[in-house]
Design a protein around this ligand. Sequence first.
Ligand code: A3P
Length: 293
Amino acid sequence: ADKLAPEDMLFSYRGILYPLTFSSPDTLEALKSFEARSDDVILVGYPKSGTNWLEQMVKELADAKYTEEEMKERINAEKKLETFQRLEFGDPGIYERMKQLPSRRIIVTHLRPDLLPPSIFQSKAKILVLVRNPKDSAVSYYHFCNDLPALPSSTSWDEFFADFMNGKLAWGSYFDYLVEWNKYIDNETIMTISYEELKEDPIVGMKKIASFFGFSLCEEDFLRIAKKTSFKAMKEKSNETHGKFGDVLFRKGVVGNWRDLFSKAQNEEMFRKFQESLGGTKMAAKIKYDVYC
Ligand code: A3P
């Protein structure tokens, strides 16, 4: 498909690129005024780390306690207020409208902590940080950029790899993102979870999440939600849940897909970068970085 030139698709705000289709400098300025609540559920993930999956899981976990009638009211409130899928998306008026959403609000963002509004930390709202092996995130992001009209395509994997390494893409460098979040890793209001552990055992992962946010569910709920949020189930429903984005959001849903595209040299280069950025940190220990081919 014909795409606009990259400079007509992305804008730069405080040195990081964002897609114009979803956001604007005015929105990111207005974001500073966002008022977090102590009971907000904040979900953070760099693009392509499985954010939509985590969002769906957490919504299901949080919603299990509502009756069908209550759920309808909550969904209607979101529709009426024209909220957006990500905290940094939409028009500058969005943060004013979000004040009218009933608690507990589930707020999803791809932003680094230094770009989040201060009220998120001051409110002591709990923050769940999702991480994924950067190699799989890179491959996922490469396909996403090529398939999504709103983001610039790359002419080759090698070109995209270089941009990923240099952070020359929407939401900036994944390595910087991890370095920034690592500064908060001991914060008692923050928990980290990896795509890989959710894949390995979604029930164990969901139990950790539920206990962190204080959601109470029974064994049957966890089983039901695990089924409903499996890759297959979510892909099948993707056009219903994510409209035209459905087809590009649910691609493979596996661990280790980086092997399809990484050369030996790229594998080594990224490992060096990972070590330089994060070696010896608690964040590095959270990431399931598989070193060898
Ligand atoms: P792949 O491109 O590797 O398949 P995000 O939601 O942050 O954009 O992340 C998208 C990635 O999460 C894609 O990875 C997508 O397939 C994967 N994903 C989405 N839903 C999933 C699910 N239910 N289980 C496992 N992976 C899922």
